[in-house]
Design a protein around this ligand. Structure first.
Ligand code: GLO
Ligand code: MG
Length: 345
């Protein structure tokens, strides 16, 4: 690799978490936004990811004026710290209005709530000088397939995205596919679905994708391929790097924790496609293990970044010419061992 590009890194306030799970209470104390922003800077990160209500807590109970005031206060904190807002995502899965889904709810009032809330999310993003809206379609799916109709749900999703695209001509939407959890089966489970539905919207150029490593594994797919597939459309606008041990709950482990070779391949496709050259960030959607002590509660973030940078070096020092010779000779046995030896160092 000739270009020695620098990457920009980000994480969200939810990635410094307290360790609660469905079976037990928190194991670490909550930290304030200011503390998290301070840590982000200290760890050498460049940007922060947000949900709309990470910026304006209790958003649904606030007036437009109050919302703007609070968003401006956060923007000032970011500016003072020299930190960018990478993405803003409408958190559409907490409200009592979205129990049965947001854009695809069977209840017209809930669908309207979801769209209105998404437009407020755009207002907040604009104040933070951020043009990238992430849609993790958490509850757009079913617990039982008879409950919804896929075609009708696709129509609702397109209508919702069209309203967002029309509301602000500058924003882009990055769909973050995930096949399940919290739903049994989600709509838009893979990057292929995301790219396809983007083309049904009124402005396909402004609808792209975000690949999360763990979500690709949960769909039984290769995260590096999911990334490169989106990049072949020019539409990989962010990544949520983390790791996942097989088909279980979404684990959000540190990057490389479980599948080091896959992590190498993810970094490899980002490198060879110049990811980051248009300002895209490498985000880590990782969580501490529940057993993590308070004094180590940001280590998973520092470690993920460190692993990423080490893998960038591994990718840059990989002997591509030698690999190409083995490929031409169909000697995949030797290619396999070459990768293993390179990773073992
Ligand atoms: C959960 C998702 C979630 C999103 C975040 C931003 O599985 O990965 O963390 O990335 O809400 O939309
Ligand atoms: Mg994610």
């Amino acid at each position: 690799m000739s270009t020695k590009r620098q990457y920009k890194f980000s994480f969200g306030p939810w990635n410094i978490s307290e360790g609660a799970d469905p079976y037990g209470p928190p194991t670490r104390p909550p930290q304030t936004f200011d503390w998290k922003l301070g840590k982000l800077k200290e760890l050498g990160f460049d940007a922060m990811m947000f949900h709309d209500d990470d910026v304006v807590p209790d958003l649904d109970s606030k007036s437009a004026e109050q919302m703007r005031k609070e968003a401006k206060e956060v923007k000032k904190k970011l500016d003072d710290a020299g930190i960018l807002a990478e993405i803003v995502a409408p958190r559409l899965w907490f409200s009592p209005m979205t129990i049965d889904g947001a854009y695809t709810s069977n209840d017209a009032k809930a669908r309207k709530f979801a769209v209105d809330r998404s437009l407020r999310c755009i207002d907040i993003a604009k104040i933070l000088d951020c043009d990238l809206i992430v849609l993790w379609l958490a509850r757009e799916g079913t617990y039982l397939r008879e409950a919804k109709n896929c075609k009708r749900s696709m129509d609702f999703l397109v209508q919702a995205m069209d309203k967002m695209l029309a509301y602000d001509k500058k924003i882009r939407i990055a769909i973050e596919p995930k096949p399940n959890e919290p739903m049994d089966m989600a709509y838009i489970p893979t990057m292929g679905h995301a790219m396809a539905i983007a083309h049904m919207t009124s402005d396909p150029k402004r609808v792209g994708g975000l690949v999360e490593t763990a979500h690709a594994f949960l769909a039984g797919l290769d995260p590096a391929d999911e990334m490169e597939f989106a990049m072949s459309f020019g539409k990989l606008w962010s990544v949520h790097l983390n790791d996942q041990n097989g088909l279980k709950f979404d684990q959000d482990k540190p990057f490389g924790s479980n599948n080091l070779r896959s992590a190498f391949n993810q970094v490899r496709v980002l490198e060879r496609n110049n990811f980051g050259a248009k300002g895209e960030c490498v985000a880590f959607d990782v969580h501490s293990f529940r057993a993590t002590k308070t004094e180590h509660m940001v280590d998973h973030l520092a470690n993920s970044r460190k692993t990423f940078l080490k893998l960038v070096e591994k990718v840059r020092s990989f002997d591509d010419a030698a690999a190409q010779k083995l490929i031409a000779d169909r000697n995949y046995q030797a290619l396999d061992q070459m990768v293993i030896d390179h990773l073992l160092g």
